[in-house]
Write a protein that binds this ligand. Sequence first.
Ligand SMILES: C[S@@+](CC[C@H](N)C(=O)[O-])C[C@H]1O[C@@H](n2cnc3c(N)ncnc32)[C@H](O)[C@@H]1O
Length: 291
Amino acid sequence: MSPSFGIRTGFSHRARPADGAGGTRTWSALLALAFVLAFTQAACTQSTTSQTESEYKPEPGEAGKDVVWVPTDTSLVERMLDIAKVTPNDYLIDLGSGDGRTVIAAAKRGLTAHGIEYNPKMVDLAKKRAAEAGVSDRATFEKADLFQSDFSSASVITMFLLEDINLELRPTILDLKPGTRIVSNTFTMGDWEADQTERPSMCVSWCTALLWIVPAKVEGTWRLGEQDLRLSQEFQMLSGRLGSSSIASGRLKGKEISFIAKGVRYVGTVSGNRMSGTMVGRDGTWSAERR
Ligand SMILES: C[S@@+](CC[C@H](N)C(=O)[O-])C[C@H]1O[C@@H](n2cnc3c(N)ncnc32)[C@H](O)[C@@H]1O
């Protein structure tokens, strides 16, 4: 059976503290509690010491700050990199990098890659594995909280978190550079539909790779030739009008825009307040300026 992610708040720092103490306990109960806590702490210290002396071997399901550790199947790691169409020019950041497998796999493909991971023991393990793989120069790791981290320099972001975490990150992700690729293992972005979904047959559990490409922001009115192009945008989906005609099949893929108006398919590239391209099937070009 697949290890369960459990309920996020079961491991979250945001969980409301289990309460119920509040002044009703007797002194003897408190003394007994203090004794138990001291004893437990001593036992924990001893077990941690003996664990760090041998190699740290995390178990799937191990508690994490906002989500437990469950490793991505290695076949899915490769598929996630494939659907992001990574090249050595990319800079990849894995949010919650665990034992470093995605970062290391990316570095083996020639990318510079970085893992952000809250658990310091995981960070050390990932660094050790990167050294063993001979990619420490391109695969780096830091102990940090992904919610406090700036990942805007990445051209590819990978993650295996939870849907509510993805949703919390979504506004920040939508403000990243258009064209940034986001790849998630299994968990969706709510009503932001994935641009591509893949399920490799060799994978055993948690086997869905989802890709989103951060769309350019084009909502508003543009002047295209002698007509107004009015665009409404929901993530990568576009609707609106060119002059008095509705547009159809409007879509963005990063900075690439396409739509059909008056039977003509427009394809082009958005660059700030200007977009331009060609009319498919017509021997012509088009451009539009934001009004
Ligand atoms: C499901 S595991 C995925 C590990 C790795 N990305 C992979 O695909 O194999 C999620 C990881 O996120 C880490 N994590 C949880 N909350 C975090 C936070 N707020 N900041 C950074 N890492 C976090 C956990 O410790 C765990 O290693």
